[in-house]
Design a protein. Structure first.
Lengths: 443, 464
């Protein structure tokens, strides 16, 4: 009898899942993972022979498995039950390699580049989980800083006499880990960012973001569960920029303070560590007393502007960082109530979003260009709109990668047509230069 | 395709069972099983199916010729040619690149390095056909007359990708005709679920720790971390392989076949010789019956025979010198054990076990590091490392504490401590018989949960 029950139960489990698949409503996106689920692969002779159809079919079955979200949540419980979790712990997390969203070199017809986020693009090290906070460890490499500076110098040369070029690069959060034994990352970040300064030429202006943040090292300037800085960290970068630009920063107490709770960001999604989950972030942000209107454009042109806003007060949960600019767009134009005739263009990745919002107090018009998605010509944009300041505001991940540096360089020659851009090859070695953001070993 | 995938468990397996049991007709069942086996094999690498079908057809006819000329000198020649052809294919596809690299280091070769990839399962089915051919030649087997049945024997998806090396003598009768009942089917399910559990909940978890300690942080390991990393690799290797063998044995039962055991608690071994009898038993028996004994076994030049078998065992695992070194390592210790047999027998059981376990775990380093320069550094770390213990090591130990207990429980040879006729064993068996439907469903559920979780692939920003 037990044999029959055993057999029938097992078969029911197998067939039951298939029935659930047929009768449950189909899912197309995974909100938690922020991605499209795999589509049913088209079977061709070639795709079958080279095995890609089978791989895609495996992905499809994995992605559309009944109750997938619930299984994933329960897996967290299993991992938490393997042993003892202490509240105060340090731990190294090594993520799995991403297999999707790689630029396709062969496909010349695609109209949208699937560049990965700069964090994925450039960060190759491990993550340190310490007391419920996640830190991408390391501090970049002075060697790579030269390539970033060289790109800035090219822009400074092109805009000579027409506008200023600024470097606003955020250090990694590891620079400010509040534990003595991790101080080496502070030094490493500092050296990397100062190397940008020492290689700048043609009048390009270095904003000492590291120094400004370091002065406030005991404050919370980065999220615990996300790879971005928070509004406080971005504010100190803004102060550093103002110092470089020769303007007075607006004090925080002259802005409207707002608060959002329960933010579990990207680094929680990556690690799914229980101690991180128990330590959600609170976003305190500041809205300058300036009236603004904003529109965003697609990656290729200036047609069909879409209404946007500098702050997205409704963003919440895992999307809380979208509070700043409402997220990433290829090009965003902000018009402010400030009347001083000054205009700025900001070339940024997502780290720049929290920084950009403070600049609305100082410019009449601000053009925010996300170098990962925009195919607009930056030089044309600056010349046609008589832009005074070109600001490169990004996280260190972006400044430490050949792929992303090349994307920024490409903005100068874009013609609105997307195309694949291979990584830069270093002239001295003939080899691709990889970002050096190290894996952790604590002495 | 692999057994431990959602595609296999929830798509392939139900369909294969449905088509197999839809009719009691033996011929249709064999047709269906062969078709599903070929589809299983062709899932990711369809081009290699031709090679396997060629092997099956070639060996089918050669066996018939050998049987026809049995006792004649021609039979021996055909047997040798057949073995040579099979081994040549294996050598070309598995060791072609390795041989080219080594020969080209000595002399300029007039051809380019072979670019082919390794056909899945070739190491297993080549040995299966060799054992079949030799057994037919020896007159121990009657050659299979039905080519479809022979193709089914070679291509059975249950053993195709990762063994065990099934001999025709074991399942020849079942190839022609097999009986299936609830008891056998149920036992197959239990074994499959156990294997799946071992693979997903033990081997894969150990694998994540191996990646962390032996790949990512390799250069900065402290001595304790190096031992931890290589121990985890030992756990991963055993549970991965034995889990897969369990699934193969279970699946075979579900379709009416009986495969022999391939692992018997190898980490409970009392000596290297004992380990050899417990680890990948089907491979060990193959080398014993077709290499060791024909070379003279323990009657003539035993020490040489031992070393040859271990070197072959090593190189069978992969086309790289580290595998040969691994074989040499075990061969050497096996010889030492033979020489010190009387002394070792007097040692307490605990000491013998500890000595064997350390040797086995250490050997995994040779198995893991294909690059000798890396192996040298790692072995150095095993003895002395000035690196401090890394951040998070203690956390990793604590966070896997209960899981370590589970691993140890699975490594203990309970069936040897409590033989089947003891009261404890009978009680547990009775309890298990009642509870097994629930236990199997829980194991299937947990494995499914982690398989689904492995598809979790978050993006930092919306990519809809």
């Amino acid at each position: 009898m037990a044999n029959k029950i055993n057999s029938i139960l097992f078969l029911i489990a197998l067939v039951g899942m298939y029935c659930f698949y047929l009768f449950l409503p189909p899912q197309f996106v995974s909100e938690g993972e922020k991605r499209k689920l795999a589509e049913f692969p088209k079977l061709t002779y070639k795709s079958y022979l080279n095995g890609s159809w089978a791989h895609s079919m495996d992905d499809f079955i994995d992605d559309h498995f009944p109750f997938r979200d619930k299984f994933i949540s329960m897996a967290d419980i299993f991992h938490a039950s393997k042993g003892i979790h202490l509240r105060h712990q340090e731990k190294i997390f090594i993520g799995k390699k991403d297999k999707q969203f790689k630029p396709n070199e062969e496909d010349t017809n695609h109209v949208k580049m699937n560049f990965k986020d700069d964090f994925d693009e450039a960060y190759s090290g491990s993550l340190l989980i310490l007391d419920g906070s996640v830190y991408p460890v390391g501090g970049g490499s002075p060697r790579m800083s030269k390539y970033f500076s060289a790109m800035l110098n090219e822009y400074a040369s092109k805009l000579s006499g027409k506008g200023r070029v600024f470097s606003v690069v955020a250090p990694l959060s590891s620079a400010f880990i509040p534990v003595l034994k991790y101080r080496k990352f502070n030094k490493q970040n500092k050296e990397t960012l100062l190397a940008i300064k020492s290689s700048l030429a043609n009048g390009a202006i270095f904003c000492d973001v590291f120094n400004e943040l370091d002065k406030h090292g005991n404050e919370k300037m980065y999220f615990s569960t996300d790879h971005h800085w928070n509004a406080t960290g971005a504010y100190y970068a803004y102060v550093a920029f103002c110092r470089g630009a020769g303007i007075l920063p607006v004090e925080l107490n002259k802005m409207e303070k707002k608060i959002k709770y329960n933010f579990l960001g990207s680094l929680y999604q990556l690690t799914r560590d229980p101690s991180v989950k128990a330590n959600p972030d609170t976003l305190v942000y500041y809205v300058p007393m300036v009236t603004t209107t904003a529109v965003r454009f697609n990656e290729n042109n200036f047609e069909k502007p879409i209404k946007a806003s500098v702050f997205s007060h409704n963003s919440s949960g895992g999307n809380t960082y979208l509070t700043f600019l409402g997220g990433d767009a290829p090009l965003m134009k902000i018009t402010t109530s400030v009347k001083n005739g000054k205009k700025a263009a900001i070339v940024k990745n997502s780290m720049g979003n929290a920084f950009c919002v403070y600049l609305i107090s100082h410019y009449e018009e601000i053009y925010v260009i996300d170098f990962r998605y925009s195919n607009h010509n930056l030089i044309d944009l600056i010349e046609k709109n008589k832009i005074n300041d070109l600001i490169f505001a990004l996280g260190m991940y972006g400044a430490m990668s050949n792929g992303t540096i090349n994307m920024m360089r490409r903005l100068a020659v874009n013609n609105g047509v997307p195309k694949y851009v291979p990584p830069v090859v270093a002239s001295d070695t003939n080899k691709i230069v990889l970002p050096v953001i190290d894996t952790i070993k604590i002495e | 395709m692999v057994f431990s995938s959602l595609t296999f468990i929830y798509l392939f397996l139900p369909l294969a069972l449905l088509f197999h049991y839809i009719t009691p007709n033996k011929f249709f069942r064999n047709i269906s099983l062969t078709a599903f086996s070929l589809a299983f094999y062709a899932w990711e690498e369809p081009m290699w199916i031709y090679l396997m079908i060629f092997t099956a057809i070639f060996d089918y006819y050669m066996a018939l010729l050998i049987e026809r000329w049995s006792g004649n000198r021609k039979a021996k020649i055909i047997m040798l040619i057949t073995i040579l052809v099979n081994l040549s294919l294996l050598i070309f596809y598995k060791y072609g690149g390795f041989l080219y690299d080594n020969l080209s280091a000595i002399a300029q070769l007039p051809f380019d390095r072979p670019k082919n990839s390794l056909p899945v399962g070739i190491s297993f089915y080549t040995f299966m056909v060799i054992s079949y051919i030799v057994d037919v030649y020896r007159g121990q087997l009657k050659a299979q007359k039905n080519p479809l049945n022979f193709l089914m024997f070679i291509s059975l998806f249950q053993h195709l990708v990762a063994g065990p090396i099934v001999r025709y003598s074991q399942i020849g009768e079942q190839v022609d005709s097999r009986t299936i009942d609830w008891s056998r089917f149920s036992a197959g399910i239990s074994r499959f679920c156990l294997g799946l559990f071992k693979k997903i909940l033990i081997a894969n978890v150990a694998g994540a720790l191996v990646t962390k300690y032996l790949d990512a942080g390799f250069n900065d390991l402290s001595t304790i971390e190096a031992w931890f990393g290589i121990t985890m690799f030992s756990v991963q290797l055993y549970f991965d392989f034995s889990g897969y063998s369990d699934m193969a044995i279970g699946l075979a039962k579900m379709f009416g076949f009986d495969f022999d055991e391939n692992f018997k608690h190898p980490y409970a071994a009392q000596s290297v010789g004992d380990f050899y009898r417990r680890w990948h038993i089907s491979l060990g028996k193959f080398f014993r019956d077709y290499v060791y004994i024909p070379m003279g076994g323990n009657r003539k030049l035993q020490l040489r025979n031992i070393m040859v078998v271990w070197l072959l065992t090593g190189i069978w695992h992969g086309a790289s010198w580290n595998f040969a070194l691994w074989g040499f390592y075990f061969g050497s210790f096996m010889i030492i054990e033979k020489l010190l047999e009387n002394f070792l027998k007097k040692l307490p059981r605990f000491l013998r076990h500890t000595y064997t376990l350390i040797l086995i775990i250490f050997s995994r380093a040779i198995f893991y590091f294909v690059d000798f320069s890396q192996l040298k550094i790692f072995v150095g770390h095993l003895f002395y490392s000035k690196n401090p213990v890394g951040a998070g090591f203690t956390t990793d130990l604590l966070e896997h504490l209960f899981w370590f207990v589970l691993v140890v429980l699975f490594c203990i040879p309970w069936d040897e401590i409590y033989p089947s006729d003891t009261k404890v064993s009978l009680d547990v068996s009775r309890y298990y018989q009642t509870m097994k439907p629930a236990i199997n469903i829980v194991m299937l559920f947990l494995a499914t949960m982690l398989l689904v979780n492995s598809s979790y692939n978050p993006f930092l920003y919306t990519r809809f």
